[in-house]
Write a protein that binds this ligand. Structure first.
Ligand SMILES: *Cc1c(COP(=O)(O)O)cnc(C)c1O
Length: 240
């Protein structure tokens, strides 16, 4: 059971984040709706279930396959699940079928394995290509110039639907710098999807986190991934 204090905190956080999303959409003007994905790493399943039942949460994203599998029995049927963290090929099998989307595809090898395991499971898995927009070394994601090529390569796969683009902007000092990365990602998204090189209905552009989702919305995000602004700082559970 969540304490009444925790319930109030979650209610306030969800309300505030939704209000900030609405305000950012109003500032942006005409454009797509913006989905709120709750980034739930380290958040107890109980809190997530509470949010689905009481706060209108419909979409959650986990980073690690092990944590996804541990929470899955509690979450199945409660909300849509995405994998948003780096995925190793050998863990694809445990992921496929549990999530409706894998947001972190950055290689042909990984895409092939998702396709193979999805065919085995008789499902089609939506994927996003993760772009390393800051060209950071040792960071996951495809370099911007390679996104189109990888999409072309995987578009013949039967059991994968390349639904859009995801990015984690570098940790930036200024709002202007973050917006620059988001707008560069948006340009890639436009080139690929809105110019119909890939015929996907309502393509997804997943970018923006607690510290940056408003800027991401202003630059064209269709999905924001918010963790700490919804659930509190990440070691919250340990400090109880
Ligand atoms: C943790 C995480 C987020 C959310 O980060 P917050 O700063 O807690 O909002 C978004 N995307 C990914 C891939 C994450 O791992």
């Amino acid at each position: 059971m969540l304490t009444s204090q925790r319930k109030t905190e979650l209610y306030d956080n969800f309300s505030r984040v939704r209000e900030r999303i609405e305000n950012a959409k109003a500032r942006r003007g005409a454009g797509p709706d913006v989905a709120l994905l709750a980034a739930t790493k380290t958040v107890p399943a109980e809190d997530i279930v509470y949010a689905t039942e009481n706060l209108g949460l419909t979409l959650a994203g986990e980073n690690r396959v092990q944590e996804l599998c541990a929470k899955y029995p509690d979450l199945v049927g409660k909300c849509d699940l995405h994998l948003i963290g780096t995925l190793q090929t050998r863990k694809v099998r445990d992921t496929v079928g549990k999530v409706s989307m894998i947001e972190s595809v950055d290689s042909l090898k990984l895409a092939s394995e998702i396709d193979r395991r999805s065919r085995e499971a008789g499902v089609v898995t939506d994927v996003l290509l993760e772009v390393n927009i800051g060209r950071e070394e040792n960071k996951s994601g495809v370099l911007p110039e390679n996104v189109g090529g990888l999409l072309d390569e995987i578009s013949s796969f039967e059991a994968i639907r390349p639904a859009g683009i995801m990015t984690m902007a570098p940790i930036c000092t200024s709002e202007a710098e973050r917006r620059k990365y988001f707008s560069e990602t948006y340009r890639i998204f436009i080139d690929i999807y809105l110019k119909k090189r890939h015929n996907i209905i309502e393509p997804v552009l997943s970018m923006g986190m607690s510290d940056s989702f408003e800027e991401a919305i202003l630059e064209g995000a269709t999905e924001v991934r918010v963790g700490s602004a919804l659930f509190g700082s990440r070691n919250y559970a340990q400090t109880l």
